[in-house]
Design a protein around this ligand. Structure first.
Ligand SMILES: Cc1ncc(C[n+]2csc(CCOP(=O)(O)OP(=O)(O)O)c2C)c(N)n1
Ligand SMILES: [Mg+2]
Length: 554
């Protein structure tokens, strides 16, 4: 009893601290600044995914955080490693994803000399993390790592950055590991739930908007039962469409970029809004046009785990600090006394969604991208994970893919290009039985296309569909609107992406028409290898809703 713990180096203490938190995957690009950690990983069962660029490594960790609800872990070296990784840290911040980035740091005795790759992490990462710190003594690793896990998960989840001085990692300490931490349950008060039910009972046209992080399938199902009892129309927020089943009779669609105008009108004309988990930020609110600021016309019930988010932009009628999980659990037995007056309109809201998502418009050219998305969605199992970064190509995914289960959409609400490839690789690693698909634009793909090598090296058969329209189409669309007839810096000359896939050791195919796509996809799946389908989309198909105006140069 009370035996003195064995002496361990900082590197080993750190790896043991991760094991104590249940970490099973880490991503990294190695650096000489944290050799002691790399060495300690040799003796652990942690799956170490070696990446090609820290941006890709950090995004993979962020995707892990999205899928698991616990911090995704990434290790990078100082200076340039850390600044490359900032891509994923910023996504974790805006997407409210628990994540911890560990950064090898210069020796403590060299600080403030601008030593090799020295960086002030607190200054650089402070504004895009929940907490940035540096561990100066190996003996404090259990304390600070335990705290980092708590900070990343508690309240509004987000990223933590921890710098690890090289000398600290080889220092020896005799300390015990910290316990596995769970975030505190932030539970709504019964009085708040009663007040919300009263507001809802007197409403004329309410609607719920589900978003944010921290959902579980159980919470989704509990909320669905509540919605059913109240015949309440429910929509999801930008890139959070997997928070509610598409085929639920209350589902009214998602509030993305260019949402269904009928849904937009429904939100604007609602008298009561239940905003659960999300923040109704720029994208889901169509650039802050749906709710007045600071006081919305709609009576707003805002449910969020972070106290600081309640009333940050919109003044709520009822502010409820609670996690989506605790809130959904508290709704059990909260039922209307009689059929609500609005209930006849709910099937119409669902039908409007089905019409909007089900009809793919005819595009110029041979590749009917909308049809391809519908076909994939209808032919793949409901646990298929769909990943994307940013670009107009994502518009077809968001419009036509119908999500059934939580954790099947990995997409950055921060609108970051380059997200889809690393996210799909992590998804396939964590859920090998599921199909993981990334659809990427030709611009988007090459922002983290180097991680295709990671997929091949670690034998992770994610399938990547590159939509090649020969341009940064989104920016071209903005140019067409603001500077018609003038093309500046938006044209792309692309490599042969099928050959790229093969050169890396994967499966690659070129697809020029809808008919070619279907068998090519089957072959990619059957290959058992990481695969790229290089699909050519006519550049005149400018966006999911609009073609290039006649006369515009291509
Ligand atoms: C990291 C990052 N850099 C730049 C942008 C700005 N941006 C948004 S969409 C876009 C073009 C995307 O091009 P592509 O992937 O080819 O998709 P397309 O719009 O052509 O479908 C750019 C440059 C961004 N969102 N993220
Ligand atoms: Mg493009």
């Amino acid at each position: 009893m009370n035996e003195k713990p064995a002496p361990r180096t900082g590197g080993r203490l750190l790896v043991d601290a991760l094991v104590a938190q249940g970490v099973d995957h880490v991503t990294c690009v190695p650096g000489e600044s944290y050799l002691a950690v790399l060495d300690a990983l040799v003796d652990s069962d942690i799956d170490v995914i070696t990446c090609r660029q820290e941006g890709g490594a950090a995004i993979m960790a962020e995707a892990h955080g999205k899928l698991s609800g616990r911090p995704g872990i990434c290790f990078v070296t100082r200076g340039p490693g850390a600044t490359n990784a900032s891509h994923g840290v910023h996504i974790a911040m805006q997407d409210s994803t628990p994540m911890i980035l560990f950064v090898g740091q210069i020796e403590t005795g060299m600080r403030e000399r601008e030593a090799f790759q020295e960086l002030d992490y607190r200054a650089v990462f402070g504004p895009i993390t929940k907490w940035t710190t540096e561990i100066d003594h190996a003996a404090r690793i259990p304390e600070l790592v335990t705290r980092a896990f708590r900070v990343a998960m508690q309240g509004r989840p987000g990223p933590v950055v921890i710098a690890l001085p090289e000398d600290m990692l080889v220092e020896v300490a005799e300390v015990v590991d910290g316990p596995r931490v769970e975030p505190a349950a932030v539970t709504p008060a019964k009085a708040d739930i009663d007040e919300m039910a009263k507001l809802l009972a007197g409403a004329r046209a309410p609607i719920a908007i589900l978003g944010g992080s921290g959902w579980t399938q159980e919470a989704v199902d509990q909320f669905a039962s509540f919605a059913e009892a109240w015949k309440l129309p429910v929509c999801t927020s930008f890139r959070r469409a997997d928070r509610f089943r598409w085929d639920h009779p209350c589902y009214a669609g998602d509030l993305g970029i260019g949402p269904n105008p009928k849904l937009g009108a429904r939100v604007k004309e609602a008298d009561v809004l239940l905003l659960i988990g999300g923040r109704m930020s720029e994208m889901p609110s169509s650039s802050y046009t749906m709710l007045d600021i600071p006081v919305p016309k709609q009576k707003l019930v805002h449910v969020h785990p972070g106290a600081e988010e309640l009333g940050r932009v919109y003044v709520p009628t009822i502010a409820i600090q609670a996690t989506p999980r605790a809130f959904a659990a508290a709704l059990s037995g909260v039922t209307p006394a009689s059929a609500p007056g609005w209930s006849n309109g709910t099937p119409t809201a669902h039908q409007d969604y089905l019409d909007f998502s089900g009809t793919a418009r005819k595009l110029p050219g041979e590749f009917q991208y909308g049809e391809v998305v519908r076909w994939l969605n209808e032919n793949l199992p409901s646990d298929t994970i769909l990943c994307n970064g940013a670009g107009n190509f994502a518009g077809w995914m968001h419009r036509h893919w119908r999500f059934g289960e939580l954790g099947t959409q990995l997409a950055p609400t921060s609108g970051s290009m380059g997200y889809g490839v690393p996210a799909a690789i992590m998804a396939k690693r964590v859920r090998p039985q599921s199909t993981a698909i990334c659809i990427a634009g030709d611009g988007d793909f090459l922002m983290n296309g180097q991680e295709f090598a990671t997929a091949v090296q670690h034998d992770i058969p994610a399938i990547i569909i590159v939509i090649d329209n020969g341009m940064y189409g989104t920016i071209r669309m903005h140019q067409v609107r603001d500077y018609p007839g003038r093309v500046s810096a938006t044209r792309l000359k692309n490599p042969d992406f099928a050959a790229y896939a093969k050169a890396f050791g994967g499966h690659g195919e070129t697809v020029r028409s809808t008919e070619e796509f279907f068998p090519a996809f089957e072959r990619a799946k059957a290959s058992g290898k990481p695969a790229i389908l290089h699909c050519f989309l006519d550049p005149r198909a400018l966006s999911v809703g609009k073609d290039m105006p006649a006369g515009e140069p291509i």
